[in-house]
Design a protein around this ligand. Structure first.
Ligand code: CMC
Length: 441
């Protein structure tokens, strides 16, 4: 490989040159191009023992070291703790932008001018209603149905209401589905919540902004007009911004893989919701709350931390596969906590969380392993302060992630290098067996 100086880039491949591979089975040498620090797995197929050989494959369960696409949407450097959407640092977006503007940025690649933003906002605002039959079938769920299961089913069902959604190569038609998806996710999510609460569903209020309308659909009771507290609305908007995209994570990869079959975007997004539903992906903030409740008071922290260091359990909300530094989203959420608690009163669990963080950031066990707070460490505390039941936590993640999923889906559809996702396997089963009638087995 070339001698270009390599710096630690936190999982971001960069340098280009060639790789020389000698196949010790045949003694032959191959030169494989390296582009952006990456070789093409198909280049390995030229490495064969003989003409009839299939060629070398790469084996990579869980895609630990495989780039599945080229993407210009989200940049993430886990070593440095950097996260950017379309090149804009997450800190600046969280401070100055709104979720709807960020959704525009993710989908279009550029920040909108005022006219574009007004048009985008207007179109999304006027697509928040769902067909009445969506409401009726949601009412058919059991009284205690998990809201994430309801969201998964109902977003998938939207494809049956918009059959033109399968025209994914038609730019105008697919743009309409993007608007509908971003607009209707909060409505479906709020209906699922109200269903759980045994309360009547609340229709969208188009005079409110995106997060305020969501709060209205969740919490409006008998008042003629729901007036969201601007501080809570802003905190929710920030949480939406922080969760909007995170490059090729499990749910985004699911959306891309399912979307690569050229199915409609509602079905592809349903796959994303399904992936996010899993406890290894969207569910850690719930575990943080359970942990804080169990610790109960500051005096119990020392014992708890000893148990973590002895390997009895994990400090939930700490550590990340990619971030080996403070998760930039966690820093912003921690700040947002103050604004929310100003309105709702301090959650006593916050004190425990802050103390845990303080100890962990100084303790050799955590320092040595580069374990820092991740996005889930403080988000559950805010959701709880907003009176969200834990079942809604992942739903609150899915609403904004829809813009990321859909931006990634669009990028995939327009990428001439992409085809239907179809991995290879290493076959480990039996071969050539003769069928025996059941009486002879
Ligand atoms: N508490 C205590 N020790 C930990 C923790 C933790 N939270 N996380 C990792 N470690 C230790 C682990 O025991 C191991 O130690 P050793 O080398 O002595 O065996 C070392 O750190 C490396 O851990 P790992 O499990 O190999 O790391 P990973 O990259 O496979 O796991 C993780 C990443 C997020 C699953 C893990 O850090 C974890 O379980 N954290 C708690 C759960 C959590 O907060 N998850 C939310 C992730 S952020 C949400 C998202 O972006 O989707």
């Amino acid at each position: 490989m070339g001698t270009e100086e390599q710096t630690e880039t936190g999982g971001v491949a960069t340098a280009s040159d060639t790789l020389t591979i000698t196949d010790n089975r045949t003694g032959k040498t191959y030169e494989v191009p390296v582009e952006d620090g990456t070789i093409r797995a198909t280049a390995l197929r030229n490495i064969k023992v003989n003409e009839s050989d299939f060629g070398v494959m790469s084996y990579d369960p869980a895609f630990m070291n495989t780039a599945s696409c080229r993407s210009a949407i989200t940049y993430l450097d886990g070593e440095a703790g950097v996260l950017e959407y379309r090149g804009y640092p997450i800190e600046q977006l969280a401070e100055h932008s709104t979720y709807l503007e960020v959704a525009y940025l993710l989908v279009h690649g550029e920040l909108p001018n005022q006219k574009q933003l007004d048009e985008w906002t207007h179109r999304i605002t006027t697509h928040t209603f769902v067909h009445e039959n969506v409401r009726s079938f949601m009412q058919g769920f059991r009284y205690d149905a998990h809201p994430m299961g309801m969201l998964l089913a109902s977003v998938g069902a939207l494809s049956t209401f918009y059959p033109d959604a399968n025209q994914i190569k038609d730019e105008e038609t697919r743009y309409l589905q993007i608007i509908r998806l971003i607009a209707k996710m909060p409505t479906l999510a709020a209906f699922a919540y109200r269903h759980n609460m045994g309360q009547p569903y609340v229709y969208p209020d188009n005079e409110l902004r995106y997060p305020g309308n969501f709060l209205s659909m969740l919490f409006k009771m008998t008042e003629l007009k729901y007036e969201p507290d601007p501080r809570l609305e802003r905190a929710l908007d920030i949480l939406f911004i922080l969760h909007a995209d995170h490059e090729q994570n499990c749910s985004t990869s699911a959306v891309r893989a399912v979307g690569s079959s050229q199915v409609d975007p509602y079905s592809a997004v349903a796959a994303g919701v399904a992936a996010l539903y899993g406890p290894l992906h969207g569910g850690a903030n719930e575990q943080v709350l359970r942990m804080l409740r169990r610790i109960e008071k500051k005096e119990n922290i020392a014992d708890f931390m000893q148990g973590v260091k002895d390997g009895k359990e994990r400090l939930m909300g700490f550590g990340h596969r990619v971030y080996k530094n403070y998760d930039p989203r966690a820093k912003i959420i921690k700040k947002a906590c103050d604004d929310v608690f100003e309105v709702t009163g301090v959650n006593p669990l916050l004190e425990i969380a802050i103390e845990l963080e303080k100890i962990a950031l100084e303790d050799e066990y955590f320092v040595k392993r580069k374990l820092y707070p991740n996005v889930d460490f403080y988000s559950g505390l805010i959701y709880e302060a907003l009176h969200m039941p834990v079942g809604m936590f992942t739903v609150l993640f899915a609403i904004p992630r829809t813009s990321g999923w859909i931006a990634q889906w669009l990028e995939m559809i327009d990428d001439s290098e992409q085809k239907i996702a179809r991995p290879r396997q290493i076959y480990t089963g039996e071969r050539g067996r003769d069928y025996k009638p059941v009486s002879e087995r």
